[in-house]
Design a protein around this ligand. Structure first.
Ligand code: SF4
Ligand code: SF4
Length: 71
């Protein structure tokens, strides 16, 4: 069964995890460019669910546990 991830918009807070630049750490960790952050300090979006392999790298990288795995 395919796995993917979703950003929990209630938990995600780019300003908290990178006060200076507002850059999403989890986006940087995804080797497949599945997560996208259009602008600094914006909540990242899941760009392409079909391409996500459920590797959990983004989940591990997020300091606020804002990314949740779905099945
Ligand atoms: S998903 Fe996690 S790492 Fe990315 S901006 Fe939100 S809280 Fe920060
Ligand atoms: S689970 Fe892996 S492939 Fe899917 S968005 Fe996160 S880092 Fe990218």
């Amino acid at each position: 069964m395919q796995k993917w991830v979703e950003v929990n918009f209630y938990k995600c807070d780019p300003e908290k995890c990178d006060p200076e630049h507002g850059i999403c750490i989890a986006v940087q960790k995804c080797k497949y460019d599945i997560l996208e952050q259009e602008e600094p300090f914006e909540v990242p979006m899941h760009a392409s669910r079909d391409m996500c392999i459920g590797c959990s790298d983004c989940i591990k990288a997020c300091p606020l546990n804002a990314i949740e795995q779905k099945k």
